[in-house]
Write a protein that binds this ligand. Structure first.
Ligand code: ATP
Length: 232
């Protein structure tokens, strides 16, 4: 039984890969709610005011997802609690949280992580990180078209996104809750190209195989191949 978490900056393609990977492996996808998140549009409009609320909102939903994922023990998550601190501290570093908020957030997160340590399965089996350059990130953000994420909505987002990529670099280096692997999101377009999709899945399954973590009874047979055909 396998729990896989995806990571990567905004627009890296985590939700899409979660869908493909879970169909391929025959496991359950967990998605973070973005389009029905009531705080996200408020945050982009007034980050100074809504950073703390947004981060508490995410922490709360993410804590529930990871607990459920670790209990069900056979699934793929499009983002996990391990990345939340990056977002909070990145915003705090640009003055969007005060000292007391930082201290409270860190203590809360610490208590949550200790709670996870008491679960029968404590951490995911594998982290799959999607690395993208700024150009790819912006292309995907534009293509997806969420209005509040566009540079035209707030030109300050250019700095914000570039900062995010730097923070992710360090975050991935430091992540040690589980084995990890990185995919080149600039090279592979697993949404548009069938062969890219197959290569990415081959990389992930090779890693799972090497770790002895392919889901029970799983074979790269006809059902798995059909599930990942573009247009399915
Ligand atoms: N703590 C946080 N965790 C995740 N997203 C956050 C957080 N704080 C703010 N956000 C914002 O939430 C939105 C959702 O981002 P996320 O990268 O998870 O989804 P996505 O853009 O659909 O990614 P992908 O294209 O890789 O599936 C983004 O606008 C991001 O900036």
């Amino acid at each position: 039984m396998t729990v896989i978490v995806l990571s990567g900056p905004v627009g890296a393609g985590k939700s899409s890969l979660t869908s493909i990977l879970s169909k391929y492996l025959g496991t359950k996808p967990f998605y973070e709610s973005v389009d029905d998140n009531p705080v996200l549009p408020l945050f982009y409009k007034d980050p100074q005011k809504y950073t703390y609320l947004l981060q508490l909102f995410f922490l709360n939903t993410r804590f529930h997802s990871i607990k459920k994922a670790l209990s069900d023990d056979n699934n793929v998550l499009d983002r996990s609690i391990y990345e939340d601190s990056l977002f909070f501290h990145m915003n705090a570093d640009i003055g969007r949280a005060n000292k007391l908020e930082i201290q409270t957030y860190d203590e809360l997160l610490d208590s949550m992580m200790k709670e996870l340590d008491r679960m029968p399965k404590k951490h995911p089996d594998l982290l799959v990180h999607i690395h993208v350059s700024y150009e790819t990130m912006i292309n995907r953000i534009q293509k997806r078209g969420r209005s509040y994420e566009q540079l035209t909505f707030d030109p300050g987002l250019e700095d914000y996104y570039k900062r995010m990529l730097r923070y992710y670099h360090q975050w991935y280096e430091d992540y040690d809750y589980s084995p990890k692997m990185v995919l080149d999101g600039d090279k592979y377009d697993f949404m548009a190209s069938q062969s890219d999709r197959e290569e990415v899945l081959a990389e992930i399954t090779a890693k799972l195989k090497q770790m002895g973590k392919l889901p029970k009874n799983w074979q790269a047979g006809e059902i798995a191949r059909k599930a990942i055909e573009i247009g399915q």
